[in-house]
Design a protein around this ligand. Structure first.
Ligand code: HEM
Ligand SMILES: *[C@@H]1O[C@H](CO)[C@@H](O)[C@H](O)[C@H]1NC(C)=O
Ligand SMILES: *[C@@H]1O[C@H](CO)[C@@H](O)[C@H](O)[C@H]1NC(C)=O
Ligand SMILES: *[C@@H]1O[C@H](CO)[C@@H](O)[C@H](O)[C@H]1NC(C)=O
Ligand SMILES: *[C@@H]1O[C@H](CO)[C@@H](O)[C@H](O)[C@H]1NC(C)=O
Ligand SMILES: *[C@@H]1O[C@H](CO)[C@@H](O)[C@H](O)[C@H]1NC(C)=O
Length: 338
């Protein structure tokens, strides 16, 4: 990964953003779609009643969308014959889920105010709602993003860190995005909710750093549990909990890290490293502090913008120019004529 290049890209986008796009602000839709935020929250609530995990799955979108060319809904685009998008990238494939819930939000919004609310903004609202509905903090989000006109598998592969990452790597990566060590640890606290696959931990159970052995940072009893969940050569799609209370957004994640019970290597690494450990300890003792810093981190993530031209997509999966709605309109018109 070319960290210096990334930095330049972000710098450029920050400066061009000032000229090109209106600034994000709270209440952006208060005139054009006053019920936008309550609508998104209601759909999020229903989805979590159907399946509690969907809160985690949806809030993860903000992180994966924002790091790759800014928060522009790029990760929602389906592949086309001429574009391989982010859905197929290694960190996303067979892993990101609940795209249908975003579709449901978009449909509800198109019904009340067509063509007004961007998919990028839906992700940011829904992520906030998922956290609030899981017992976490609630906060005001800035809105007014545009949806991207393309997406790239390669760029997502290059940027998104692997669960094998060590703390040194993660600190540098986040720093390239203007995110501090504190932001890194606080935002990783998102793993207070949700699940991960055996695929993501096989190597740390059976061949950490090519040693042929388990990651020594795993507490022995927990390692036995993980080996039972994810036996060598077993099903890579089986999932385990990212912390001991996977449906509550709380500071249990940090307590688990201290106990050697972090699920991913990249989680436990935050306790192994002395600089990040400071914040792990702080948040394990003080949930309020965690919540405050987490919100700060989410707002910083939400501020990333590419500065590129965009649109308000009608369907989050396709750009307007090739929207099936356009095709459908066209067909309906022509069916009438022919
Ligand atoms: C710091 C670097 C990070 C790494 C290496 C990382 C990696 C991962 C991995 C590997 C998974 C499980 C994927 C799978 O096995 O299918 C996961 C799940 C998850 N991640 Fe992260 N993550 C990081 C940071 C974040 C951040 C900053 C957020 C949000 C602010 C986040 C939110 C989530 C959530 C909520 C889940 C569970 C999703 C679900 O249950 O569907 N992660 N992450
Ligand atoms: C895991 O699930 C994905 C679909 O979500 C499937 O394509 C893949 O084949 C599965 N892998 C295994 C080993 O079953
Ligand atoms: C995309 O569609 C929306 C809704 O019809 C419209 O407001 C917007 O201008 C379109 N954008 C482009 C670039 O066509
Ligand atoms: C996406 O579009 C932008 C311009 O809006 C362009 O700079 C970039 O190269 C495009 N990316 C891909 C992968 O086509
Ligand atoms: C951390 O990971 C990077 C990138 O994979 C690697 O080059 C480096 O040697 C690792 N550092 C430590 C202390 O293990
Ligand atoms: C363990 O990892 C090393 C280095 O990545 C690799 O050469 C070796 O084949 C792996 N061993 C097993 C049993 O997969």
């Amino acid at each position: 990964m070319h960290l210096s290049l990334l930095g330049v890209l972000l710098l450029l986008s920050h400066s061009s953003n000032i000229a090109a796009n209106p600034p994000l602000r709270p209440g952006y839709y208060s005139q054009t779609c006053p019920n936008a935020e309550t609508t998104v929250r209601q759909v999020m609530k229903n989805a979590m009643i159907r399946e509690p995990r969907s809160g985690a799955s949806i809030m993860r979108f903000q992180y994966h969308d924002s790091l790759v060319n800014g928060c522009d809904g790029s990760l929602l685009l389906d592949d086309t014959p001429t574009m391989v998008g982010e859905k197929l990238s290694l960190p996303n494939i067979d892993s990101l889920r609940d795209y249908e819930v975003i579709d449901e939000m978009k449909e509800a919004l198109e019904n009340i105010c067509p063509g007004v609310v961007s998919c990028a903004d839906i992700i940011v609202m829904a992520a906030r709602d998922a956290i609030a509905l899981s017992g976490g903090p609630n906060w005001e989000v800035k809105l007014g993003r545009l949806d991207s006109l393309n997406a790239s598998q390669a760029v997502a592969d290059e940027i998104m860190p692997s669960p094998r990452s060590n703390a040194t790597y993660l600190k540098h990566l986040f720093q390239e995005f203007g995110l501090s060590v504190k932001d890194l640890v606080a935002l990783s606290g998102a793993h207070s909710i949700g699940n991960a696959r055996c695929f993501s931990i096989f190597y740390r159970l059976y061949n950490q750093s090519g040693t042929g052995k388990a990651d020594p940072a795993i507490e022995p009893k927990y390692r036995e549990e993980l080996e039972k969940l994810c036996p060598k050569g077993g099903d890579e799609n089986v999932t385990g909990d990212l912390d001991a209370t996977p449906q509550s957004f709380d500071n249990q994640y940090f307590k688990d890290l201290i106990a050697g019970r972090g699920f991913l290597h990249s989680d436990e690494a935050l306790f192994t490293d002395l600089e990040t450990r400071y914040f792990v300890q702080l948040y394990s003792d003080n949930q309020e502090e965690f919540f405050e810093d987490f919100v700060e981190g989410m707002i910083k993530l939400g501020d990333f913008q590419s500065g590129r031209p965009g649109e308000i997509r009608r369907n989050c999966r396709v750009v307007n120019s090739s929207s099936p709605f356009v095709l459908k309109d066209w067909k309906e018109r022509n069916d009438g004529v022919i």
